[in-house]
Design a protein around this ligand. Structure first.
Ligand code: AMP
Length: 116
């Protein structure tokens, strides 16, 4: 088992962060460096998958659940429209290798195309 990721440590209460939504398999937090009025991270509770390609291959149903939760959060916190970003690989700006979706909503323009 690899070292706990920063997101696993948040889930375990070792690093403070408000968990804004939770299901059996997922949780969501506010990004500490928001790039839009609503900028949430939707994260599987398991850190088994490093990025969205591993998740799609290993548990596509969980990927669908992530999209459904993202939509629910954009409805509740944003204007219902949202941008879903999976930075995949270091050269694409991924810094945490525990798969997560950036959910950006509200007041979006080209400057928030990059969630990293
Ligand atoms: P990525 O660069 O796509 O791997 O996304 C990682 C995201 O995690 C970045 O947008 C960071 O701002 C965010 N982040 C890092 N540490 C924390 C934290 N303690 N609480 C909330 N968000 C965090």
């Amino acid at each position: 088992m690899s070292e706990p990721s920063i997101f696993t440590r948040i889930l375990n209460g070792e690093i403070p962060s408000e968990i804004v939504a939770q299901t059996d398999t997922l949780f969501a937090i506010r990004d500490i460096a928001p790039k839009a009025p609503t900028h949430l991270l939707v994260i599987p509770k398991t850190q088994e998958y490093r990025d969205v390609t591993e998740l799609a291959a290993g548990d596509p149903g969980l990927l669908i659940e992530m999209i459904e939760l993202a939509k629910g959060l954009a409805d509740a916190e944003g204007d219902g429209d949202f941008r879903l970003i999976f930075n995949t690989g270091a050269n694409a700006g991924q810094t945490v290798f525990h798969v997560h979706a950036h959910v950006l909503s509200g007041g979006l323009d080209e400057s928030s195309m990059n969630a990293g």
